[in-house]
Each structure stands twice: as structure tokens, then as C-alpha cells.
Design a protein around this ligand. Structure first.
Ligand SMILES: Nc1ncnc2c1ncn2[C@@H]1O[C@H](COP(=O)(O)OP(=O)(O)OP(=O)(O)O)[C@@H](O)[C@H]1O
Ligand SMILES: Cc1ncc(COP(=O)(O)O)c(N)n1
Length: 270
């Protein structure tokens, strides 16, 4: 049996619910061998981000070279990238090693508060990384910033933002609807430059949604690593994240994490 490999380039969440930790748990659950390049260490728990310690560009490049030269991932995702210097270095190495199936989760602000991408880094993300990517997965506030719109709050806004982001050079845009009003389903909108696809689930009534975006983009990356085409990978990942939210964990005193074993519980695998 083939063993597929996926790489996450992201920040560490000491609380284990988001970032590198969520990504590696997701890869493991989906039977994909996981590797990591750590861009920043955060001191974080369910209540928020206490401190951010960015890695040097030298450290990020060394980690990426070590993985790319030996282990050769079939798919790669980026999460917290923090600065324009790190973004530029990551983009150069992705080009250098011709890494394919690139998924960008443009993480900006943590759910509990805490800036994970500097304001002056958004332009670098658009200029250097988007043209190399198979998919970008912004939530509504991130879509608003990247599309340079005043608001993204409705499905109509999401369609307009997706088109604007597509024209920055990325192959597909998936705008996540977790932040839509709470009486609406959890509708995500996928756009490939010609057609809009709705990827939807019932909205689950829980406050424990720490790491939903990281887990979702990691699941898409794992499914791409296994050779699934994009639309199928997104649909499989939507099932994975919905199970993870339905069985999310009420641990800590704030916003608890999703449960990466949720899909097993629903399949009665224990
Ligand atoms: N309450 C919910 N019930 C069901 N699905 C949800 C809920 N909240 C979010 N989702 C889904 O979870 C996925 C992640 O979307 P979301 O908008 O929460 O991302 P995000 O804000 O980037 O997450 P985070 O910043 O917490 O990592 C999407 O598929 C979204 O529709
Ligand atoms: C290292 C890291 N990466 C990403 C997130 C976003 O996740 P959330 O918005 O659920 O806090 C985070 N909190 N920490």
C-alpha cells in the first residue's frame, strides 16, 4: 500500500487545538504521514494567545529544505506565517522544490484574539504565495481583507470576494462560512474561476470551535496528498470537520478544540 505524505508550514499552538498540532493530528487521522515546518511558537490555550515567538527566516528555510530534499510531500499547507520575510522565504522554497498541491489557510487573527499575521504581510501573501497555490481557504474576515472589500457577510458578498481573490492568481478559492449569521447553515463557497459550488452542513450549536479552520485545511491537504481531485478532497474534508465540531471537546476554560477523532465516533470505530 502506498504511504502518502503531507507537510504543514504553520505556527505551534501549545494548547494543541490549532496550528501545527491540529494539522498533524488531522493528517494522522486521515492515514497520511505528517511533517512540519514551524514558523512561530505561540504560548496559547483555550482562552487566547499569551505570546508569539517567531522563528528566524534561517530556521524556516532549514526546516523546509530538510523535508523537501528527503521526504518529498505530495501536498503542502500553510497556516500561520506571521511576517512578510517568512512568506517570501516559504514562497522561494516552494518554487525551488516545485512543491505541488499547495493549500493556503491565510490565518490572520486567533479566535480568542491575538495577531498571527502582521498587517504588512497580507500584500506579500497575495503577491508571492497565491499564484503558486491550488487553493486558498479564507474565513469571512480574511476574505474581506484579501479581496479588499468593506464587508463580507452574505452569500452574495462571498461570491464577489471569491471572484476578486481568484483574480489574484490562485486556482481555486474556498470561502468558509463559519462566521455567517448563526441562523444559517455552515455554507462554504468554492470557486474555480467559472462555477460556484456550495459545500454545506447543518450548523452545530457549540462554542468549542478552536482550530476549525486549521483542521479543515489540513484535511483538504491530506485528501489531496492521497490523490483526490480538489472538489472531492473538499467534500471529504467537510465531512471530517463537521464530525470534529459535532464531537468538539469542552476542555479548558475558554473555546475548546475540535475533536479529531469525531469521524471515528460517527463511524462507530471508538
Ligand atoms: N458551528 C458550526 N457548525 C458546523 N460547521 C461549522 C461551524 N462553525 C464553523 N463550521 C465550519 O468549519 C469550517 C471552518 O470554518 P471557519 O469559518 O470556522 O474557519 P476559521 O474561522 O478559519 O476557523 P479558525 O479561525 O477557528 O481556525 C467550515 O467548513 C465552516 O463551515
Ligand atoms: C498557531 C495557530 N495557528 C492558527 C490559529 C487559528 O485558530 P483559531 O482561529 O481557531 O484560534 C491559532 N489560534 N494558532
Amino acid at each position: 500500500m502506498s504511504l502518502f505524505k503531507a507537510l504543514t508550514i504553520a505556527g505551534s499552538d501549545s494548547g494543541g487545538g490549532a496550528g501545527i498540532q491540529a494539522d498533524l493530528k488531522t493528517f494522522q487521522e486521515l492515514d497520511v504521514y505528517g511533517m512540519s515546518v514551524i514558523t512561530a511558537i505561540t504560548a496559547q490555550n483555550t482562552l487566547g494567545v499569551h505570546a508569539v515567538y517567531p522563528q528566524t527566516v534561517e530556521s524556516v528555510v532549514a526546516q523546509l529544505k530538510a523535508v523537501a530534499e528527503d521526504l518529498k510531500p505530495e501536498a503542502v499547507k500553510t497556516g500561520m506565517l506571521f511576517s512578510k520575510e517568512i512568506i517570501q522565504a516559504v514562497a522561494e522554497q516552494i518554487e525551488n522544490y516545485q512543491l505541488k498541491n499547495l493549500v493556503i489557510d491565510p490565518v490572520m487573527i486567533a479566535k480568542g484574539g491575538g495577531q498571527l499575521l502582521k498587517d504588512d504581510a497580507i500584500d506579500a501573501l497575495c503577491e508571492y504565495l497565491l499564484p503558486k497555490a491550488t487553493l486558498i481557504t479564507p474565513n469571512l474576515p480574511e476574505a474581506m481583507r484579501i479581496a479588499d472589500m468593506k464587508k463580507v457577510e452574505t452569500i452574495t458578498d462571498m461570491k464577489k470576494a471569491a471572484k476578486r481573490i481568484y483574480h489574484l492568481g490562485v486556482k481555486h478559492v474556498l470561502i468558509k462560512g463559519g462566521h455567517l449569521s448563526s441562523d444559517q447553515k455552515a455554507i462554504d463557497l468554492l470557486y474555480d474561476g467559472s462555477t460556484y459550488y456550495s459545500v454545506s452542513s447543518d450548523r452545530i450549536d457549540t462554542k468549542h470551535t478552536h482550530g476549525t479552520g486549521c483542521t479543515y485545511s489540513a484535511a483538504i491537504t491530506a485528501e489531496l496528498a492521497k490523490g483526490n481531485e480538489l472538489y472531492k478532497a473538499v467534500n471529504k474534508a467537510k465531512h471530517f470537520i463537521t464530525c470534529a465540531i459535532r464531537h468538539s471537546l469542552a476542555i479548558g476554560n475558554g473555546i475548546g478544540p475540535t475533536n479529531h477523532r469525531g469521524h471515528r465516533i460517527e463511524n462507530k470505530e471508538g
